[in-house]
Design a protein around this ligand. Sequence first.
Ligand code: AHR
Length: 667
Amino acid sequence: MNRKTTGSMLLALIAMTLGATAFAQQGPFGPRGNAPAAQLTGPVNGTMTVNMNDKLKISDTMFGIFFEDINYGADGGLYAELVANRDFECTPADARGWSAKKFWSLEGSGLTFDIATDDPIHANNPHYGVLTVDTVGPRLVNEGFGGFRYDKGAKYDFSMFARQQGDKPVKIEVGLLSDTGKVLGSGTVEVKSKTWEKVSLVLTASDGNSTEDACGKFYLKPLDSGTAAVDMVSLFPQDTFMGRKNGLRKDLAQTLADLKPQFVRFPGGCVAHGNSWQDDCYYWKDSVGSLEERKPIKNRWGYHQTRGLGYFEYMQFCEDIGAYALPIITVGVDCQFAGRQQAVPMDQMDRIVQDALDLVEFANGSTDTKWGGLRAKMGHPKPFGLKYIGLGNEEQITDAFEVRFKMVNDALVAKYPDIVVVGTVGPGASGGDYDRGWKFARQEKLPIVDEHFYMNPNWFVDSAQHRYDNYDRNGTKVYAGEYAAHAQGNPRPNTIETALDEAIFLTGVERNGDVVVMSSYAPLLGKHGNMQWTPNMIYFSNTKIDKTTTYEVQKLFGANAGTNYLKNTLSFGNALNQRQALRVAASAVQTKDGKTVLKYVNTLNVPVSISVTLDNAANVPDSAESTVLTGPSFTGKDYKLTTGSIKIGKTFTVELPAYSMTVISFK
Ligand code: AHR
C-alpha cells in the first residue's frame, strides 16, 4: 500500500488530536471520505444562464493522462512484451526472493539452466542464461506476467540473442503453450554462432486462451546435446497498437487513446526519480537505443523495469495519439518518501543538467546531432516536437532542491527558450513544500507548477471545486498533475461518488482555465493481482480491461475538452443550502470543432431540474446530443452510460438524475 499518509488520513489525525473525532468521522455530510448522508426528499429546481459571448481561453493541454510504471503498468501491462525477465536481469534488489532465474523454470531432467556474466551482449545487460543439454526432451519455461495470452490465429514475433558455447551448434525449439500445456505453435532456431547473434521467427497460435485465465506459457527446448547461451528472449504479438514493433498492447493503448488525452505525462510519479539518484532513478538515456543496450533497473514500486518501453516509445505513443509529451526528469534530488533527502553532489550536477539538454536534442534535434541521430537510428528522423518538460516530482523543497532545480532550469531556458518547464510544489494540496514551492516558482518565474492531491471525496466538492477561483491570474500557471478522490476502504474503492466528486472538481478546473492549464488523474493503470496502489483509473488482466466510473468521467471531459470557457451562473435560490448547492456543478465550453458543451454533475440523492438560458446565442438547434453517466448506488462501482438527445433552444430544461453526470452538446 501507499507509503505516504494521504490528506484524508492527515485531516482525521489532526481532528482526533483536537478532540474533534466526531466531526472527522461523521461531519455534516456523513462519514469523511465516503458518501454524503444528506438525504433530500424531493426533486430540486435550479437555473443556469450561459453567456455565449463572454469567453475565457482554455489551454490545449487541459486534460491529459499520467502514466507511471506502477501496478505493472508498463512491463506486464502497456508494453506488449510477453516474456517476463527476458533479460535475466531480475535481482533481489527488485523484490525479495527474486533472482536472475525469476519467472523461468525447468520442466524435465537432463537440462541444466545456469546464469553467467562473462562476455555479455552489453555491459548494461550483464546476465544471460546458459542451457546445457545432456538428454534431449526437457524444456525451459517462462511463466510470463501472470501467464501468456494467446489469440487464435494471431502471429507472434519471437527473437533472442544466442551464442554457441560448446563445440557444436544447438537447435532450439520454441513454442507457445496453452493453459493446459498443449503446444499451440512452435518453430526451431539454430544456435551456431560463437558470438552473440539475434535469431528470430514468427509463431502462429493454432488456438487461443484469451477467454480463460490466460495462464499459457512459453518454452525453449534444446533439440541437440550441447551448450547454448541465450539472452533477450522475447515474444511480441504482431498486433500491437498501430502495428509498432516493440509496441504497446493494443487494447490497453486504445483504451488510453479513447480518453483523447491532450498530453501524456511519463515515466512518473516517483518512478521519475526513484528512491535514490544512485540506484533506481530513471535516467532517460538508459531507456533508449537498441533493447539489449538499455539498462534495466529495479522499479521503485518493487519489481523489475526492462525499459523496453522507454523514452522513444513514450514519445512515439504521444505522436500516435496526437498528444503532447510531458516527460518528468530528475533534478538530482531523491524522492521525499525515501525517508531522507539525498542529492547529487554539486560536482556531479553537470550530468543532470546535460541530460536535460540532451533530452531536447533527442526529441527535437536534427539528425546530424548526437541525440537527434540516435532518434533517427531508432526509426524517427522527424523531430517529435517536444514542448514540455517537468523538472522533479513532489520533492521536498529545500535549499538543496532549489539550487539544483535552478541549475537545470536555467540551462534549459538559456538553450531552449521555447521549452515550457513544469516545476513541482510537493506532494500535498497545502503545507510547507506547497508554500515554499510556490514562492520559489514565482521567484523563478516558472511557467507552470505541478500540484498533487489525493484527498477524501468530500474535499473535492467542498474545497477543490473553488480552489482556483482565487488564485493569482497572472504569472505561474497550475498543472493539477496527480489527483484522485480516496474513499475509505482497503483497497480504496472506485465508486460513483469518487468519480462524480472528481467531475465536480473538473468543472472548477474548466472554469479556471486561465489558471489551470493541465490536469491528470493518477495513477492510470492497475493490474489485477499486482497492485501497489489503489484506486486507479483502469484495471486490467492479461485478457480484459475494467474501466471505472472515473475513466468514463475522464473520457467525457477529454472528448469534450474546450478551447473557450463560456461564463455562466448556476443558482438554486433557497432550494438548497450552501453545502447542498456545492453538490451540483456545471460548466460550459466551446470545443475546437465548434460545439457548445454543457456538463452537469449532480451528487445529490434527488433529481435536479435546471432551466437553462443561452444568452446572446445565435442559431441554437432544436435538439442536442446527451450522455448521462449514473449508477444504482452512490457508493457502488457499477455505472451506466446512456446516450440520446434532448430538445433545446435558447431556453430549455435539463433533468439531472440523482448521482449523475450529464453532458449536452450541440453545434
Ligand atoms: O500516483 C502514485 C504516486 O503518488 C506517484 O508515483 C507519486 O508522485 C505520488 O506520491
